[in-house]
Design a protein around this ligand. Structure first.
Ligand SMILES: [Mg+2]
Length: 227
């Protein structure tokens, strides 16, 4: 089952942020499950789930490498990857796509920029991309190899500094495992697929598909900011 942090008992810190009036419609929905202290109006739930993209939501790192060379190439998504991310979005979590893809890449042939291509791929493959509730975090420059851990840790630290809480994380690489550990995301909600599945005490996702996880685990995930 979905584990809660140790600081979630009575009197736990408020994970919601007051919403401006215009967003009150959605805020009212979230506020309906309010449990944190100090509530006095519509607030935004700041519980987030982190998703790596390459070889986590796609089948292989090479998919992006191929698309970089040929901008018309469409990277293949893992089975049920979109269903996985949508399930968290539907439960009210902030969805964060955290990738070491550099913003500076320009795709071969089409000249499309890396951010636009990544955004387009997410939308075309049915991943949630609501500007108010999803984030796409890309690197300002090329991140070589092991530096991805530091890059991702710093990005996650920035989210924490904003007030988001990191409720679960999905990745495939040793650098993902390291970065998630660096910001103390519990191993029990650190899900790793592929070659390093289960490494360093993470939850192993066996095989190449998200479908078994979506069917067996995700239905038990509680709504974000549930009391
Ligand atoms: Mg990856």
């Amino acid at each position: 089952m979905f584990e809660r942090g140790d600081d979630r008992g009575p009197g736990r810190p408020c994970r919601r942020r007051r919403l401006p009036g215009l967003l009150g419609g959605l805020g009212v929905v979230w506020a309906a499950s309010v449990g944190c202290s100090g509530d006095d109006g519509p607030q935004e739930c700041l519980e987030a789930v982190i998703f790596d993209i390459d070889e986590t939501l796609t089948i292989d790192d090479e998919e992006w490498e191929t698309q970089k060379k040929d901008g018309t190439y469409d990277p293949i998504a893992r089975e049920a990857a979109a269903a996985l991310v949508n399930a968290y979005a539907e439960r009210g979590y902030v969805v964060v796509y955290l990738t070491a893809r550099a913003k500076t890449w320009v795709l071969g042939g089409t000249g499309e920029g890396s951010p636009a291509a990544t955004e387009r791929w997410l939308v075309e493959h049915g991943f949630p991309r609501d500007p108010a509730r999803t984030r796409l975090i890309m690197s300002e420059m090329v991140v070589p190899g092991d530096a991805a851990r530091t890059y991702k840790r710093e990005a996650l630290e920035a989210l924490l500094a904003e007030g988001l809480s990191l409720e679960a994380a999905y990745g495939n690489a040793v650098t993902d495992v390291g970065a998630f550990e660096d910001v103390m995301i519990p191993k029990s909600v650190t899900f790793i697929i592929g070659e390093f599945a289960g490494s360093a005490g993470t939850v192993a996702i066996a095989g190449e598909s998200w479908l078994p996880h979506v069917e067996a685990y995700v239905p038990g995930v509680m709504a974000a900011c549930a009391p």
